[in-house]
Design a protein around this ligand. Structure first.
Ligand code: F6P
Length: 322
């Protein structure tokens, strides 16, 4: 048996731990492992090389992906997908493991429909992949966003300021909401809920009158009210002077947390086991304590829903008035 592994889409801390787990589990089975460089683009270019144990040492703690990653426009087309399937056939690949987020898993489904034995591993800091409680990179990115908020809180309190902090997440408010809860922010503005700038302004005025030393709002990059708009609104109408911080790609890098390394190791092992059981066209996902096999058909085209109870809880804990 010869398998190939690729990482695709936005990188996520823990991808390397997943590559390592895939390769080592496959070696344990006595299989050959091929590394595809630069995601689907590399696959289209035939950049498929044998992977040896030498490639796997000293990568578990490294952020990014040693395989490289890209977002390929050509692969998004049916011709591109057929060409990619052809490259796998030429290289005599019996199974492909795709590590990535929604776009990458959509690509995996397309290949599965062309007869490729594909298993997906969810990896995206956004935590928007349907069919899994969490994905590789979420925990690390969340802790990075939290660290930014903690640091901002120090300076905000010293200067008696409002701070608007933009965090990543594409169309999903998970990172913003969770970092706001964990960071004790005054509010989170996320795509899943209608923004209420007037209510926030009122809350800000109350906080000011009560002598609160800071006012911190975390805004998801995909929110209908942008961080920049809110910051300007606060500066024009608010009681505190406001500052704007975009955490940005800092959230994508860095050494993965223990939790992400362990999750990635479990997903990597489970993906190879699925291929060993001749199961393909699936993604491995975390449900509670267990790793489950979820059909890619069910995963693709949906986004993991956010628990509305957590949004309500964030408002209660921040003492946002009704
Ligand atoms: O999907 C991960 C993510 O970091 C999103 O949170 C963000 O919207 C996007 O990727 C940024 O993409 P790029 O790295 O291509 O700018």
């Amino acid at each position: 048996m010869r398998i190939a592994v690729l990482t695709s889409g936005g990188d996520a801390p823990g991808m390397n731990a997943a590559v390592r787990a895939v390769a080592r589990t496959a070696f344990f089975q006595g299989w050959e492992v091929m590394a595809v460089s630069a995601g689907y683009r590399g696959l289209l270019e035939g950049r498929i090389q044998p992977m040896s144990r030498r490639h796997l040492g000293g990568i578990i703690h490294r952020g990014g992906t040693v395989l490289g990653t890209e977002r390929s426009a050509e692969f998004a087309t049916p011709e591109g997908q057929r060409k990619a399937a052809g490259k796998l056939e030429e290289a005599e690949i019996d199974g492909l493991i795709v590590i990535g987020g929604n776009g990458s898993l959509t690509g995996a489904l397309k290949l599965a429909e062309l007869g490729v034995n594909v298993v997906g591993i969810p990896a995206s800091i956004d935590n928007d992949v349907w069919g899994t409680d969490t994905a590789i990179g979420v925990d690390t990115a969340l802790n990075t966003a939290l660290e930014a908020i903690d640091r901002i809180k120090d300076t905000a309190s010293s200067h008696h300021r409002a701070h608007v902090v933009e965090v990543m997440g594409r169309d999903c408010g998970y990172l913003a909401l969770m970092s706001a809860i964990a960071g004790g922010a005054e509010a989170a503005v996320i795509p899943e809920f209608e923004p209420r700038p007037e209510a926030l302004l009122l809350f800000m005025k109350m906080a000011y009158e009560q002598g609160k030393s800071h006012f911190i709002v975390v805004v998801a990059e995909g929110a209908p009210l942008s961080a920049e708009e809110l910051h300007e609104y606060f500066n024009n109408e608010g009681t505190y002077d406001s500052r704007l911080t975009v955490v940005g790609h800092i959230q994508r890098g860095g050494s993965p947390t223990a939790s992400d390394r362990i999750l990635a190791s479990r997903f990597g092992e489970a993906a190879v086991e699925a291929l060993a059981d001749s199961e393909a066209g699936i993604m491995v996902g975390l449900r509670g304590e267990n790793i489950e096999r979820v059909p890619l058909k069910e995963v693709v085209g949906k986004n993991r829903p956010l628990d509305p109870g957590l949004y309500k809880m964030a408002e209660v804990l921040a003492e946002l008035p009704e």
